[in-house]
Design a protein. Structure first.
Length: 62
């Protein structure tokens, strides 16, 4: 087996760095998607809460 050249080692390091960048980018995208999903869930919950409060107020003050 021939000895590894410095260029081959550099190529591996570059590939590893690109892989880490991809991983970081994917992680950010996943986090962002999870936050947006949470906002959608919470906004639906807030809408239901507002409807319930309105219903209670309307029943209390005819």
């Amino acid at each position: 087996m021939p000895p590894r050249t410095p260029k081959a080692g550099l190529k591996g390091a570059i590939q590893k760095r690109e892989k880490m960048k991809r991983h970081k980018r994917n992680k950010k995208a996943t986090t962002s998607a999870n936050v947006m999903a949470g906002i959608r869930i919470n906004s639906g919950w807030l809408n239901k809460l507002a409807a319930d409060i309105t219903k209670i107020i309307n029943e209390a003050c005819p």
